[in-house]
Design a binder for this molecule. Structure first.
Ligand code: ATP
Ligand code: MG
Length: 568
């Protein structure tokens, strides 16, 4: 393509709202443009990169035995009502009416649509397992669309679904998808980890997220410093035997703690460390009120709480609800003498403590010398806190460290949730009706593009991996006003094109400095510059990533380029 004829609107400055490199560089280099918050156009360079990632995904999906199809983005509300998600999905689902006031949603994901199709067309075990996928725009009214392509409201996703006869067969499909995902992200050149994740709303159990390691990631990964254990910190279990205390329990005493609100303020006021206080937080777990007690220096983990109760919804109780139940606000809560409507559960770390402090459920008062075993009842002790760096790794090998990650893919055993709600069944080899077992598998294609830029850039621009870049070669004619330069550059352009090499030709009448700067910004892996030595048939070839450059003869160009890409 000739650059003079292409829509590549570069910018000198970073857009004001772009906080992270991928957002800044993709906009500045003219790959994308924002149309509304979280909604982007892919301009020609951006579209080419997107397609490269799509092609990698397609190749691996096809190899895994999945078949491509395409479902509508516009989905009738009835389907979502059947699954139950019309009510549970919440305000992330984009909803709209047609002219007859019928309700629709824009597809946030396609479990309902695919289940309705398969249930109507597959009746026998002989047709299972079945795997399908599509690559399509999804719509989610995210609370905080941000970071450019990382969290959009309309974004490109590959979603795949498996339909199986049994959980054993689902395990096989899941493993196939898991392996395909690993290949996709390897081919994208990404440094990533597959981590154990929470199954969230969908009612499944086994699930992994593929996380690209990056400082700007919104997720935190807990990984072992010696083994390959890695989990989303939401999920990583704490396996610790807390030691018995050898302190003698003293008498429980109520102390005045005027105006001391936070854990730290109370600890300072009473003269002890944070870990000698109890943190009590009131939650609403489905319909019941639960007080969760952890050690003062630990972070309460609401996902573990949700899993402990197998609950649908876990949220913080409001201060007003708390006042009604306990007669006091958030600053002075504690588990001693709570009314029966409140269930108390404690983190394992609390069980063996002796002589610690907690709120007295009276404004401005705390108990000291609290000994949990003696002074309050719990429904249970359980693992209810976030894992921390330095905790033992749950697989028994090494210690936990943290890293931040961008979730680019998610493989998920759905089980029978959708099949049951939407009546997807088949006849087994005995002629008996059985419920189908499902899996779902997503890749954020547009998010992956941004994740690649996060890992591949330098101070001058993007440094694409060889097989992701929009073009293989960026051909520059430094001074097209000079006949010999223009002529050689034109010739090389035709030669590269006819040799099947993807080339972007900067034929613009711009200063050399502008051309070099743009070229660095775009990040195309090889740059061929036709300059002063054009008359001799000598050009310069430069690698974008390493900066390595060489002068070579025009007759060696095609071989050099081919070899370079073959070695990548
Ligand atoms: P997140 O926790 O980041 O919101 P999710 O759990 O909602 O992700 P899934 O429903 O599993 O995501 O969707 C499959 C994939 O789609 C994700 O792994 C991610 O790569 C991508 N994705 C999800 N939401 C967005 C978004 N708002 N913008 C871009 N990509 C997204
Ligand atoms: Mg989400």
């Amino acid at each position: 393509m000739k650059q003079s004829q292409m829509l590549i609107p570069t910018l000198k400055e970073n857009p004001a709202d772009a906080e992270i490199k991928s957002h800044q560089l993709l906009v500045r280099a003219g790959y994308i443009r924002q149309i509304a918050s979280g909604v982007y156009s892919f301009l020609p360079l951006g579209k080419r990169v997107l397609r490269k990632v799509e092609d990698i995904v397609r190749e691996e999906m096809d190899k895994a035995g999945a078949h491509e199809l395409m479902m509508p983005a516009l989905q009738p509300a009835e389907l979502w009502q059947e699954s139950g998600r019309w009510n549970t999905y919440g305000s992330e689902l984009m909803r709209l009416h047609d002219r007859h006031e019928r309700e629709f949603a824009l597809g946030a994901t396609h479990e309902e649509v695919i289940t309705s199709i398969v249930r109507d067309s597959i009746k026998s075990y002989k047709r299972l397992p079945l795997m399908v996928y599509q690559i399509q725009n999804k719509f989610r009214d995210e609370r905080r669309p941000r970071f450019g392509l990382l969290r959009g409201r309309e974004f490109l996703m590959k979603d795949a679904y498996s339909f199986n006869e049994s959980f054993e067969s689902l395990d096989e499909s899941y493993t196939q998808m898991f392996n395909a995902y690993s290949k996709v992200f390897e081919k994208c050149g990404l440094d990533f980890r597959a981590v154990i994740a929470d199954s969230g709303q969908m009612g499944g159990k086994d699930t992994h997220e593929f996380m690209v390691l990056s400082e700007v990631g919104e997720d935190v990964i807990a990984y072992s410093d010696t083994s390959d254990y890695a989990a989303n910190i939401e999920m990583a279990p704490v396996v610790l035997d807390y030691p018995e205390s050898n302190e003698t329990p003293l008498n429980l005493e109520k102390k005045e703690t005027p105006d001391q609100k936070t854990m730290q303020e109370v600890a300072d006021y009473l003269g002890h460390d944070l870990n000698q206080g109890l943190k009590s937080i009131m939650f609403k777990v489905d319909e019941r009120f639960v007080m969760v007690v952890t050690r003062g220096d630990h972070e309460t983990n609401d996902i573990k709480l949700k899993n402990f109760y197998d609950a649908d919804i876990v949220e913080l109780a409001t201060e007003e609800e708390t006042r009604q139940l306990l007669g006091t606000g958030f600053g002075s809560l504690g588990p001693v003498d709570v009314p029966e409507e409140v269930e108390v559960i404690g983190d394992y770390a609390v069980e063996k403590l002796v002589n610690v402090t907690c709120g007295a459920n009276k404004e401005g008062y705390h108990y000291i010398n609290v000994t949990p075993k003696r002074d309050f009842k719990v429904k249970a002790y359980a693992d209810l806190r976030f894992i921390e760096e330095g905790d033992p790794s749950p697989d028994g090998q090494g210690l936990i460290k943290f890293a931040r990650g961008i979730e680019v893919g998610h493989v998920f055993k759905l089980g029978t949730f959708y099949a049951e709600n939407m009546n997807a069944s088949y006849l087994d080899d005995q002629g008996k009706s059985q419920t189908m077992v499902m899996g779902s598998y997503g890749i954020g294609v547009s998010r992956t593009v941004a994740a690649i830029v996060e890992q591949y850039h330098d101070e001058n621009g993007i440094t694409w991996p060889a097989h992701i870049a929009p073009y293989q070669v960026h051909l520059l004619s430094l001074n097209p006003k000079k006949d010999d330069q223009k002529q050689l550059a034109d010739e090389l352009y035709e030669l590269l094109l006819s040799s099947g090499i993807e080339v972007l030709y900067d034929d613009r009448k711009e200063r050399a400095g502008v051309k070099f700067a743009d070229s660095d910004l775009f990040g195309i892996p090889l740059r061929i510059t036709v300059g002063k030595r054009a008359a001799e048939g000598i050009v310069e070839v430069k690698e974008r990533q390493s900066g390595k450059q060489d002068e070579i003869n025009q007759s060696d160009i095609i071989d050099t380029v081919r070899q370079w890409f073959n070695n990548k």
